[in-house]
Design a protein around this ligand. Structure first.
Ligand code: BJW
Length: 251
C-alpha cells in the first residue's frame, strides 16, 4: 500500500468526503454508538433490520416517525461542518462528492448538491409493492397510501437496514477509484461497506486520506492524516487550508 500525501493534490483532484452521524451531532441529532447514542436507547435488532420490520412494523415505523419529526423541528439546522463541505463543493475546481451514511438532509440544507445517501433518506418512503420512492414528511400510518399504486400498508422508510444492500455502490466505488483526496468525517468505522472505503482508497495508492472525528475511529490506522476533535471546528479550518492552496496556485 502506497500513501499519497497532501502535497500531491492538484486543483483538478477529485475529492470524496464520507460522512457519518458525528457530523450531525452538533446539529442536535444523536449518533449511534456514543455513550448517549441511539443504540444505547433502543436495540438495533428491534428497529434496523428487515426482520424487525416484518415482525413489528408499528415499532419500526414509530422509531422513524419520531426521528422524521425531530429532523423537521426548528432547532435542527446544518452546522459549520456541513456548511464547510458545501463551500468546498462550490469553490474547489475539481469534483467534490459527499457520500453520507446519514439519512438526514443537513448536507442538502447547507447547500451541497453532489451527495449520495448510501443508507437512504429519512424524508422519503418506499413502497414494498411497486418499489416506488416518494418524498414524505409525515408519520407513516397503517392506512397511508402509496402515491403511485394507491395500496395501503405497503410503505416503509427509505433507509438501508443491516443485511440490506447500501445504495449507489457502483457510483461510490467509481468516485473512490478516481479521487485524489478521501476524507472521513464523524464516523466510527464500525459499519461496512462504508468502513472499508479507506481500504479501497489505500489499495489504489493514489489518494491522500484524512480522518476527522471526535476520537480515533476503528480504522484510524489506515489514514495518513488524523484530526481529532469536533467536526464543526476542524472541518472548516481544513477546508480553508485546502481552498487556500488552490487559490494561491497561480501565485
Ligand atoms: C463526532 C462528533 C463531532 C461524535 N465531531 N465526530 C457480520 C454479521 C452480519 C452482518 C455483517 C457482519 N459483518 C459485516 C456485516 C455487514 C453489516 C455490518 O457492517 N455490520 C457491522 C455492525 C459488523 N453491514 C450491512 O449489513 C450493510 N449492508 C451490507 O453489508 O450489504 C451487503 C454488501 C455486500 C458486499 C458489498 C456491499 C454490501 C448495511 C448497513 C446498514 C446500516 N444502517 C444503519 C441504520 C439505518 C439508517 C438509520 O436508521 O439512520 O445506518 S446502522 C447505523 O450505523 C446507521 C449509520 O449510517 C451507520 C454508521 O454509523 P456512524 O455514522 O459511523 O455513527 P457512529 O455512532 O457509529 O459513530 C459516530 C462517530 O462520530 C463516533 O466515532 C464519534 O466519536 C464521532 N463524533 N460527535 C466529529 N461533534
Amino acid at each position: 500500500m502506497v500513501a499519497a500525501n497532501r502535497s500531491a493534490l492538484s486543483p483538478q483532484s477529485a475529492i470524496v468526503v464520507l460522512t457519518g452521524a458525528g457530523i450531525s451531532k452538533e446539529s442536535g441529532l444523536d449518533t449511534f454508538r456514543d455513550a448517549d447514542g441511539i443504540w444505547s436507547k433502543v436495540r438495533l435488532e428491534d428497529v434496523a433490520t428487515p426482520e424487525a420490520f416484518a415482525r413489528d412494523p408499528a415499532t419500526v415505523q414509530a422509531f422513524y416517525d419520531a426521528r422524521r419529526r425531530q429532523l423537521q423541528a426548528a432547532a435542527i439546522a446544518p452546522n459549520p461542518a456541513h456548511l464547510a463541505l458545501a463551500d468546498l463543493e462550490a469553490r474547489w475546481p475539481g469534483e467534490v462528492l459527499v457520500v453520507t451514511q446519514n439519512i438526514d438532509d443537513l448536507h442538502e440544507r447547507a447547500g451541497s448538491r453532489n451527495v449520495i445517501h448510501m443508507h437512504g433518506e429519512l424524508l422519503k418512503v418506499r413502497c414494498g409493492a411497486d418499489g416506488s420512492i416518494h418524498a414524505w414528511r409525515d408519520d407513516v400510518a397503517p392506512d397511508s397510501a402509496c402515491p403511485a399504486c394507491g395500496r395501503t400498508g405497503t410503505l416503509r422508510p427509505h433507509v438501508v437496514w443491516f443485511g440490506e444492500m447500501p445504495l449507489e455502490l457502483d457510483a461510490i466505488y467509481g468516485a473512490l477509484d478516481r479521487c485524489g483526496l478521501f476524507v472521513s468525517v464523524g464516523t466510527s468505522g464500525n459499519v461496512y461497506p462504508a468502513a472499508g472505503f479507506v481500504h479501497e482508497v489505500r489499495r489504489l495508492g493514489r489518494a491522500h486520506t484524512v480522518e476527522i472525528n471526535l476520537e480515533p475511529s476503528e480504522t484510524v490506522s489506515l489514514f495518513v492524516e488524523k484530526l481529532h476533535g469536533p467536526a464543526s471546528g476542524l472541518l472548516p479550518a481544513f477546508v480553508s487550508e485546502l481552498l487556500e492552496t488552490v487559490e494561491h496556485c497561480g501565485d
